[in-house]
Design a protein. Structure first.
Length: 129
């Protein structure tokens, strides 16, 4: 079986590098982007199984990317994890409003992230079958 593809969109290179290693060790294929416009373009071109999305990005913020994808019939089934340093209740509310599947605050537990990814991918597979 081919590994699941995850699109990771984050402009913090340390977080990006660390997360790529974590995800690849967990058996995922990882595609990355470091700004919002490139991230949205790759989401459309790569059709990933799941997207991990930072909120504060250059050119187009994560909330806008999430809203664009979740309100598009072609991409709305892709689970999106908002991974952000923003921990206010208003940020979590905004993640819900743009239909993100999960809101995880940085710094995050690698085990928690991998567990959430597996849960979301399993739920997505169950909807398809």
């Amino acid at each position: 079986m081919e590994p699941k593809k995850i699109l990771l969109i984050d402009d913090e290179l340390d977080v990006l590098r660390t997360s790529v290693i974590l995800l690849e060790m967990a058996g995922f294929k990882v595609v990355t982007a470091t700004d919002g416009i490139d991230g949205l373009r790759k989401a459309r071109a790569e059709n990933p199984d799941l997207i991990i999305l930072d909120v504060m990005l250059p050119n187009l913020d994560g909330y806008k990317i999430c809203r664009i994808l979740k309100f598009d019939e072609k991409y709305k089934q892709i689970p999106i994890i908002m991974l952000t340093a923003r921990a206010q209740e208003s940020d979590k509310k905004m993640s819900k409003e743009v239909c993100a599947d999960v809101h995880i605050t940085k710094p995050f537990s690698p085990d928690e992230l991998i567990k959430k990814i597996h849960e979301l991918l399993k739920a997505k597979d169950n909807k398809i079958h």
